[in-house]
Design a protein around this ligand. Structure first.
Ligand code: CDV
Length: 321
């Protein structure tokens, strides 16, 4: 059997601080129409796709921070994304800043959702690996205050089934999906935890500056590292990976583009070539995952988790030099 899902990596160019949600949504709708015209079943938008990447600034006032968050999803401004999904029969992954009342208090998360072709939210994820710092660090050229503005995600890495066909029973259009957000893609745990649940496609939005203030020696390697983590994550877990950037010079900060679609072989099969709004498309056969999941990475047959602790113990026993 082949289960082909045609996916569009819907990269966004820079979003100015003054740009409204509605202006950004217009740009996203244009990518959705392009995607439908090219036979896509779904598109993947970046992390925090509705606004500029606000953690680059230190704000004294919580009110200023909260202005970047969504209290409702869909909201008046984002409803057109959901209406267009239904009209075009095209699903999407969307990253946004979520402000929600939970357990009697206001909570802030860096969140993503998957919306199906009927415009219904079918899964939600909250970013677990929050990079950066929680205090103002004026020595940096720009801040990265995710640890200040967001709480650690509390939904785990949870795989879910999604169906991209007309018919709920159509097995040829169903698959096991997972989500991650930006820095999560650098951690092998992200892929392996989803891999252990049989994931067949991991959707990832990101905002990655070229410049890394604490380690500028990494700057020249930013594309290499971006590809390295997603290609190895895909191969080692026999899964498709779709990584999508918010790219280009946003409010004076250069962000990598390099949005890619990676096959379970680890090969990049589609890529954006600009740092603007751009769509890269791949026809992804989910059954290609089986070739890896049943051979080299047959976890049930070859993984030896009960032995891994012993290796750590033995290492610990090596006397210091
Ligand atoms: N938004 C991110 O999570 N960005 C990080 C940067 C700070 C390194 C990333 O891993 O791309």
């Amino acid at each position: 059997m082949t289960r082909i899902i045609t996916v569009g990596a819907a990269q966004l160019g820079p979003i100015a601080r003054a740009e409204s949600r509605s202006q950004v949504v217009e740009r996203m709708l244009s990518l959705m129409h392009q995607a439908k015209g090219n036979g896509c079943d779904m598109v993947v938008f970046p992390e925090l796709a509705l606004t500029t990447f606000f953690p680059r600034w230190y704000f004294e006032s919580q009110e200023e921070v909260d202005a970047f968050f969504e209290r409702d999803m869909p909201s008046v401004e984002t409803q057109p994304l959901f209406d267009t999904a239904r009209k075009l029969q095209l699903g999407f992954y969307l990253g946004y800043a979520e402000l929600i009342e939970e357990q009697g208090s206001l909570r802030h998360f860096n969140t993503s959702i998957v919306v199906d072709r009927n415009g219904s939210i079918v899964a939600k994820y909250r970013k677990i690996h929050l990079p950066g710092h929680d205090q103002h660090e004026p020595w940096r050229r720009f801040q990265h205050l995710e640890k200040r503005y967001f709480e650690t995600g509390n939904l785990g890495f949870t795989a879910f089934r999604a169906n991209w066909g007309d018919d709920a029973q159509d097995a040829a259009r169903q698959g096991i999906f997972g989500m991650a957000i930006c820095n999560d893609r650098r951690w092998s745990e992200t892929y392996r935890i989803l891999g252990l649940q049989g994931v067949e496609m991991i959707l990832i939005g990101y905002n990655t500056p070229v410049h890394n203030p604490p380690a500028p020696e990494h700057d020249a390697l930013s594309h290499f590292h971006n590809e390295l983590v997603m290609q190895s994550g895909a191969y080692q877990n026999g899964t498709w990976v779709v990584g999508v950037a918010k790219a280009g010079n946003e409010e004076g900060v250069e962000q990598i583009g390099n949005s890619i679609i990676v096959a379970p072989s680890g090969e990049i099969v589609a890529a954006c070539t600009t740092t603007g709004d751009e769509l890269a498309i791949a026809r992804c056969d989910l059954d290609l995952c089986n070739s890896y999941k049943t051979t080299t990475f047959n976890f049930a047959r070859h993984r030896q988790p009960e032995q891994y602790g012993m290796i750590v113990e033995r290492k610990g026993a090596i006397p210091p030099p």
